[in-house]
Ligand binder design. Structure first.
Ligand SMILES: NC(=O)c1ccc[n+]([C@@H]2O[C@H](COP(=O)([O-])OP(=O)(O)OC[C@H]3O[C@@H](n4cnc5c(N)ncnc54)[C@H](O)[C@@H]3O)[C@@H](O)[C@H]2O)c1
Length: 360
C-alpha cells in the first residue's frame, strides 16, 4: 500500500492509503481490534461487495445501510442514522467506517462528527468522484429544504482507504464523466499531474490498472490544492474551473447533461473566453478538445439549449458583480489568470455569448 497525506481541517494531516488492486484484506488490517466498529454503507455497495460490511463491523447489528441519492442526502437520512446510532449507545472509543460515494461520505462523516461531539471515522470511498475529490477537503454535510450542503461541519477522517477495485462496478459512462473533476483541477492548477494522467485517460473506463494510476495522480493534485487553500478562497478556486457555464447547462438540461459533462463543456467555453480575451492561445482550446475527445465526452452544447437561455441562467450565478460574470480562466495548462490578488476574472455578456455560440 502507498501512503499519501492530506491536510485536514482539525488534524494537521491524515493518511490516504492507496491499495493495490487487490481484494480488501489490507483494509481490514487497518482497523483497530478493540473498540466496537460501526459501518455506515451505501446499500448498492453492500450488495455489490458481499461480506464487506460484515467484515468491517463488530456485529451485523452495527451496520447501517443507506440508499444513496441526492434526495437521500437529507436531514431525514441524517436523523435516521443518528437514531440508529443512539440505540447502539456508542462511546468515544468506538469507530465508524463510512463506505460509499460522495453522498455517503458527506452524510456518514457528518453523523459520526455529531454523535457525542465526534466519533472517530474512516472513509472508504467507492465512486471515482468520492476517491479523487470528496475524500479530501474535510467537508461533511447534508442538504436541507432544497439548499445543497446546508447543514454541515468541517471535520477529518482518521484515514481514507482507496482501492480502484470498488469502481469496477460503476458504469463506463459514469467513470468517464466523473473523471472530469480531477482533470479540471489539473488543467487549472497542476500541469505535472495533467500530463501524467494523459497516459491513462483513454483506458480509465475499461482498465482498473489505468484507473488506479489515474486516481493516484488525481489524489496528488487535490492534496496539493487542499494543502495550499483548504477553504478554497484563493488558489482553491481552481475547483470551480468549468463550473460557471457547466452548472448553467446542467440546470437547464439535466436529462442530457450530468455534472461531469457540464463541467467538461464549461471548461471548453472558458478556454474559448481565455483565447478571445488574449489570455491564452489556440493551443489551450485544442488541449481541452483533445481531453474531452479522449474521454469520449461531448464537446458541444446540446442543440436544444439556446445560448441566450444559458446566458440568462448565468444571471443567477451567485458570484455576479456589476453585470459581469466572474470566471476562472487559464493562461495555459496548470496556470490560472490572475485578477489582482484573486483568480476570478469578470467577463462581459458579449464575450460569453460569443464563446457559447462557438460551442455548438
Ligand atoms: N468536497 C466534498 O465534500 C464534495 C466534492 C464533490 C462532490 N461532493 C458530493 O458528492 C456527491 C456526489 O458523489 P457521487 O457521485 O459519488 O454520488 P453518490 O454517492 O450519490 O453515488 C452515485 C451512485 O453510485 C452508486 N455507487 C456508489 N458506489 C458505487 C460503486 N462502487 N459501484 C456502482 N455504483 C456505486 C450510489 O449508490 C449512487 O446510486 C454529491 O452529493 C456532492 O455534493 C462532495
Amino acid at each position: 500500500m502507498d501512503i499519501l497525506y492530506c491536510k485536514g481541517y482539525i488534524k494537521k494531516r491524515y493518511p490516504i492509503y492507496i491499495s493495490e488492486i487487490t481484494e480488501f484484506s489490507d483494509l481490514f488490517s487497518l482497523l483497530p481490534e478493540k473498540p466496537r466498529k460501526f459501518v455506515i454503507i451505501d446499500a448498492a455497495v453492500r450488495s455489490n461487495f458481499t461480506h464487506l460490511a460484515e467484515s468491517l463491523a463488530t456485529s451485523p447489528d452495527y451496520i447501517i445501510s443507506i440508499e444513496a441519492s441526492e434526495e437521500n442526502k437529507s436531514f431525514e437520512s441524517l436523523e435516521a442514522v443518528l437514531q440508529k446510532l443512539f440505540t447502539l449507545k456508542p462511546d468515544k472509543s468506538d469507530v465508524v467506517t463510512v463506505v460509499g460515494g460522495g453522498v455517503l461520505l458527506n452524510l456518514g462523516g457528518l453523523a459520526a462528527s455529531l454523535v457525542t461531539r465526534g466519533l472517530r471515522f474512516y472513509y472508504v470511498p467507492t465512486t471515482l468522484t468520492a476517491q479523487i475529490d470528496v475524500c479530501m477537503g474535510s467537508k461533511q454535510a447534508v442538504n436541507f429544504n432544497g439548499a445543497k450542503n446546508w447543514i454541515g461541519v468541517f471535520n477529518d477522517p482518521e484515514f481514507c482507504y482507496i482501492n480502484a477495485r470498488f469502481t469496477d462496478t460503476q458504469t463506463e459512462a459514469d467513470i468517464r464523466s466523473q473523471s472530469i473533476e480531477g482533470i479540471k483541477l489539473c488543467l487549472a492548477s497542476n500541469k505535472k499531474q495533467f500530463e501524467a494522467s494523459m497516459a491513462d485517460i483513454e483506458n480509465i473506463s475499461t482498465s482498473t490498472m489505468h484507473r488506479s494510476n489515474f486516481i493516484t495522480n488525481m489524489i496528488k493534485a487535490k492534496i496539493e490544492v487542499v494543502a495550499e487553500d483548504l477553504l478554497e478562497k484563493q488558489h482553491g478556486v481552481s475547483m470551480l474551473y468549468g463550473h460557471t457555464v457547466g452548472h448553467a447547462i446542467e440546470m437547464l438540461a439535466p436529462q442530457e447533461v450530468n455534472h461531469g459533462i457540464g463541467v467538461g463543456i464549461g471548461m471548453l467555453v472558458a478556454a474559448r473566453i481565455s483565447r478571445a480575451l488574449g489570455l491564452a492561445n489556440e493551443d489551450l482550446v485544442a488541449v481541452h478538445l483533445g481531453v474531452l475527445q479522449k474521454l469520449g465526452l461531448p464537446t458541444t452544447i446540446p442543440a436544444t439549449l439556446k445560448p441566450e437561455a444559458i446566458l440568462k441562467q448565468l444571471h443567477y450565478d451567485k458570484k455576479n458583480f456589476n453585470g459581469k460574470t466572474p470566471f476562472v480562466l487559464l493562461k495555459q495548462v496548470g496556470e490560472m489568470a490572475k485578477n489582482g490578488e484573486g483568480y476570478l476574472i469578470p467577463v462581459e455578456e458579449q464575450q460569453i455569448l460569443k464563446a457559447l455560440k462557438e460551442s455548438y
